[in-house]
Design a binder for this molecule. Structure first.
Ligand SMILES: NC(=O)c1ccc[n+]([C@@H]2O[C@H](COP(=O)([O-])OP(=O)(O)OC[C@H]3O[C@@H](n4cnc5c(N)ncnc54)[C@H](OP(=O)(O)O)[C@@H]3O)[C@@H](O)[C@H]2O)c1
Length: 411
C-alpha cells in the first residue's frame, strides 16, 4: 500500500481538525523530543559543595525516564537562578534535603551528588505518563520543583503534573521562567501559611520587607491586584522601580532616618511579609496592629541552617523551640507569627498565569545568560542586590546545536 493511499485513508477516517492537530503534534514531537537512541543530555552539575566554579557541564547526563504515570518529560527552554541554588551549591539545606531524598527513595544510599540545581523552568512537554490527561506533547508549560528533586539546569527534566501549568501565553519562555519559584514562595507565604486570600487582603495594610527580590516583587504586585495598601522597604536605587510596580509607600533602608521612620509606623500594619529575615526584629513586630489578628509572615526560617549545623533531629527541635518563642512573643499582643515555605503548586501557577496574561503582574528580567554561561548567572546571583531575575536561556546555546548534531547522527 503506497504512502499517498495511506494518507488518503487516514484523512478520510478522521475529521480535518483532528488530522491537522495530529500532524502538528507529531511534527512538534519529532522536533523537540529526545530521539530513539538518544539517552543523554547536557546538564549543569556539581560533584562537591562550593562556589559557582564547582559547576560542571556534564555532556552525557542521563535523560530522565518517566517514573510515575502522572509525570511529564519536559524540554527546558529557560530556567532562572534563585538565591537558593547558590546556597544549595555551598551546602545549605544538605542535611534536610538528603533526609527527604532518602525517605522518597526508601534508601539510606540516596545520593546528593551529582547535584543538579535549578528550581523553576519554562519549556515544552515531550513525553507524558499514562495517566496524564490535561497535557499533551508540544504543550508549553512552566513549573517549579522541590529542592530535593533533580533541578532544572538541564536540557530535560521530569515534573509531576501537579507541579506545572500551561505557561502564560503573553510571555516568552525567558520571561515565564523568571516567575515560578519566587512567585510560588510569595503565594504560599500569603495564602497557605499566611491564611490570606483576595477577599481578606482587600483594603488591608501590608508591609513588604525586601521588595526588590523575586519574592518581594511578585508579592507586591499580587497584593496590589487584590486591593491591599502596600508599604515596601528597599534600597535607594530601587525606589522608583518599586513605585512602578504599585507600592503605595516606599521606605528607603539606606536613609539615615529609616529606623525613626519605621517607628512612626508602629501599630499600622495588618500583615508583614519579611523576605530578608529579621533585620530589624525589635522594630518590625511592633509595626503590627495589636489584638486584630495581625500576622508576621517570614520566608526566612532557621530550619535548614539548624539541620545543617546540628543534624536533622536536634536542628528540627531547636527550630521548633525558636518558632514557639517567636509565636509566644507575638501572641501576647494578639498578633501571630508564621514561617512560610515554597510549595510546588500547579493550580496556583494557573491562577498566576491568568493574572500575567491580564497584565496585572509583569516580569522583571535583569540578565539572560547562554546555557554554557550558567556559572556566570550563579556568580551574579551570589553577589546579591539583583534588580530582576537572572535567566539561563537554553535555546541560544550549544546545548541545542549539539542536540541537533546528535539527532542528525542518530537518524
Ligand atoms: N522559605 C522558603 O521556602 C523560601 C523560598 C524562596 C526564597 N526564600 C528566601 O527568601 C528570601 C527572598 O528570596 P528572593 O528570591 O526574593 O531573594 P533576593 O532576590 O535575593 O531578594 C532579597 C531582597 O532583600 C533585600 N534586602 C537585603 N537587605 C535588606 C534590608 N536590610 N532591608 C530591606 N531589604 C533588604 C534585597 O535588596 P538589596 O538588593 O537592596 O540588598 C533584595 O531585594 C531569601 O532569603 C531566600 O533565601 C525562602
Amino acid at each position: 500500500m503506497g504512502t499517498p493511499y495511506l494518507v488518503f485513508l487516514i484523512k478520510s477516517m478522521y475529521p480535518s481538525h483532528l488530522w491537522k492537530r495530529g500532524v502538528l503534534q507529531t511534527c512538534h514531537f519529532l522536533h523537540s523530543s529526545p530521539r530513539c537512541g538518544m539517552k543523554t543530555m547536557q546538564a549543569w552539575q556539581a560533584f562537591e559543595h562550593g562556589g559557582p566554579e564547582q559547576l560542571q557541564l556534564n555532556p552525557s547526563a542521563p535523560i530522565p525516564t518517566l517514573k510515575n504515570n502522572i509525570d511529564v518529560l519536559v524540554k527546558v527552554h529557560a530556567a532562572s537562578v534563585n538565591p537558593l541554588d547558590v546556597r544549595m551549591l555551598e551546602g545549605y539545606g544538605s542535611a534536610a534535603f538528603n533526609f527527604v531524598r532518602q525517605l522518597n527513595s526508601c534508601s539510606f544510599n540516596a545520593e546528593e551528588f551529582p547535584l543538579q540545581l535549578g528550581r523553576d523552568f519554562s519549556g515544552t512537554v515531550v513525553h507524558i505518563g499514562k495517566s496524564v490527561q490535561n497535557y499533551k506533547i508540544g504543550d508549553e508549560i512552566w513549573g517549579a520543583l522541590s529542592p530535593w528533586q533533580n533541578g532544572t539546569h538541564a536540557e530535560y527534566i521530569l515534573a509531576p503534573i501537579c507541579y506545572i501549568s500551561k505557561k502564560p501565553k503573553s510571555l516568552n519562555h525567558i520571561e515565564a521562567s523568571s516567575f515560578p519559584y519566587a512567585a510560588l514562595t510569595a503565594w504560599s507565604a500569603i495564602k497557605i501559611f499566611g491564611g490570606l486570600c483576595e477577599k481578606s487582603v482587600y483594603g488591608k495594610r501590608v508591609l513588604v520587607i525586601g521588595a526588590t527580590g523575586g519574592v518581594g516583587r511578585f508579592a507586591i504586585q499580587l497584593l496590589k491586584t487584590w486591593g491591599a495598601d502596600v508599604t515596601a522597604i528597599c534600597a535607594t536605587d530601587a525606589i522608583e522601580s518599586v513605585q512602578n510596580i504599585g507600592a503605595d509607600i516606599v521606605l528607603d533602608y539606606e536613609d539615615p532616618e529609616f529606623k525613626q521612620n519605621l517607628r512612626e509606623l508602629n501599630g499600622r500594619f495588618d500583615v508583614i511579609l519579611d523576605n530578608v529575615g529579621g533585620e530589624y526584629p525589635d522594630l518590625t513586630i511592633n509595626l503590627l496592629k495589636k489584638w486584630q489578628n495581625s500576622r508576621y509572615i517570614t520566608v526566612v526560617s532557621p530550619l535548614l541552617k539548624n539541620s545543617d549545623d546540628r543534624g536533622i533531629v536536634l536542628g528540627t527541635l531547636m527550630s521548633a523551640v525558636q518558632a514557639s518563642f517567636d509565636t509566644a512573643m507575638s501572641v501576647k499582643d494578639g498578633r501571630t507569627f508564621r514561617w512560610a515555605y515554597f510549595v510546588p503548586n500547579g493550580c496556583a501557577l494557573k491562577s498566576i498565569a491568568k493574572l500575567i496574561d491580564n497584565k496585572q503582574i509583569n516580569p522583571m528580567v535583569e540578565a539572560v545568560y547562554k546555557f554554557e554561561e550558567a556559572p556566570k548567572a550563579y556568580e551574579k546571583v551570589s553577589k546579591g542586590h539583583a534588580r530582576g531575575k537572572m535567566i539561563i536561556d537554553f535555546t541560544s546555546s550549544s546545548a541545542e546545536s549539539n542536540e541537533n548534531k546528535q539527532e542528525q547522527q542518530n537518524v
